[in-house]
Design a protein around this ligand. Structure first.
Ligand SMILES: CC(C)(COP(=O)(O)OP(=O)(O)OC[C@H]1O[C@@H](n2cnc3c(N)ncnc32)[C@H](O)[C@@H]1OP(=O)(O)O)[C@@H](O)C(=O)NCCC(=O)NCCS
Length: 300
């Protein structure tokens, strides 16, 4: 049984850097201190612990740009290799990268680990500078796709995501993605990093925008399902902020909250729709949005 952990205390961080030095620096005769670089404070660090709490793997990720995450310093204790632990630590770092809003992960892989990264979906892009002037490396990259979400009607969902990013550019800047659609529920996610305020939580204006887009997306997909089309506009929106958003921003709209007169649209009239969207932080709803939308018939 292995667990993924974040080293936080002074002792945990000391053990973490010692482990990194032991498996990534000492075998090549590099001095203590060479295991650290200038990105440590802006990086997210993870370890894999065995049942006794001993570190068996480590790794680090930081953002190069708001879209691209750099994965570095992955190592697994020699006695635990080829047991899938490399994949566990890499998977954990990729999830952190997604949560930060990245859509691509890059790594400069030593020659000896290229097969490992290739087995985990990375592709070689080009030669990378030698590590500490000695070890040959290749730059590899991977598109980060979320496999854990259930997405029904993937074609319409891809169309919706494209429409948001092309027609409502703020959605891309906010890192908004359609995470899940089940015909009954839609869930979007955003990047906290890209929407952060002075307090390190999500900016209230971004919460409103994510809620509006989520409701808009629910209507878009409902129209597709009913074979209808029209222009969706927000007529009125109200939001109550109960608590701050401190983790990955999630917004969810349930079909039960949707009240629509779709039959009016079929008759060529504009269709009123009211719905509610919850903003979720971890497992708690921390803001609620009530929206009144209109779908305007498209004139031939
Ligand atoms: C590279 C490293 C992290 C892989 O860790 P690991 O726990 O052994 O990897 P996994 O067991 O999760 O391997 C997953 C898959 O990757 C591939 N793979 C892993 N190590 C491999 C190797 N040495 N040669 C070829 N393929 C390899 C295999 O396809 C493997 O699946 P399989 O065992 O079912 O065949 C580990 O060997 C290591 O710490 N190496 C030294 C440090 C290092 O080079 N780190 C990378 C810095 S750029």
């Amino acid at each position: 049984m292995f667990t993924i952990a974040t080293p936080k205390t002074e002792q945990e961080l000391t053990d973490y850097f010692e482990f990194r030095w032991q498996w990534l620096r000492e075998p090549w005769g590099f001095p203590i201190g060479s295991e650290k670089d200038e990105y440590e404070t802006v990086s997210e660090h993870r370890t894999v612990l065995n049942t006794s709490g001993k570190i068996v793997a480590c790794g680090r990720v930081h953002l190069n740009t708001s879209e691209e995450a750099q994965i570095r310093h992955i190592a697994v204790d020699k006695n635990y290799r080829r047991k899938g632990i490399g994949e566990i630590i890499l998977g954990a770092l990729e999830q952190v990268a997604r949560d930060l809003g990245a859509n691509t992960a890059v790594t400069n892989s030593r020659e000896a680990s290229t097969d490992f990264f290739a087995a985990c979906g990375f592709e070689v892009e080009k030669e990378a500078p030698n590590e500490l002037g000695k070890l040959k490396r290749k730059q590899m990259h991977k598109r980060l796709i979320d496999h854990s979400a259930l997405v029904l009607h993937p074609k319409w969902c891809a169309e919706l995501q494209k429409t948001w990013h092309e027609k409502i550019p703020i959605s891309e800047h906010m890192g908004i993605t359609l995470y899940q659609y089940t015909e009954k529920t839609i869930e979007t996610r955003a990047s906290l990093n890209k929407n952060v305020n002075l307090h390190g939580t999500m900016f209230a204006g971004s919460i409103f925008s994510q809620a509006t887009l989520t409701g808009w997306g629910m209507i878009y997909l409902q129209l597709k399902q009913k074979g209808l089309s029209g222009e969706i506009v927000l007529g009125d929106g109200n939001i109550h902020y109960h608590k701050p958003v401190t983790m990955t921003p999630r917004a969810r709209c349930n079909i039960e909250s949707v009240n629509a007169k779709f039959e009016w649209l079929e008759k060529g009239k504009k269709c009123p729709i009211s719905l509610s969207v919850d903003i979720i932080d971890g497992d708690n709803a921390v803001a609620s949005f009530e929206g009144k939308f209109w779908v305007l018939p498209v004139r031939p």
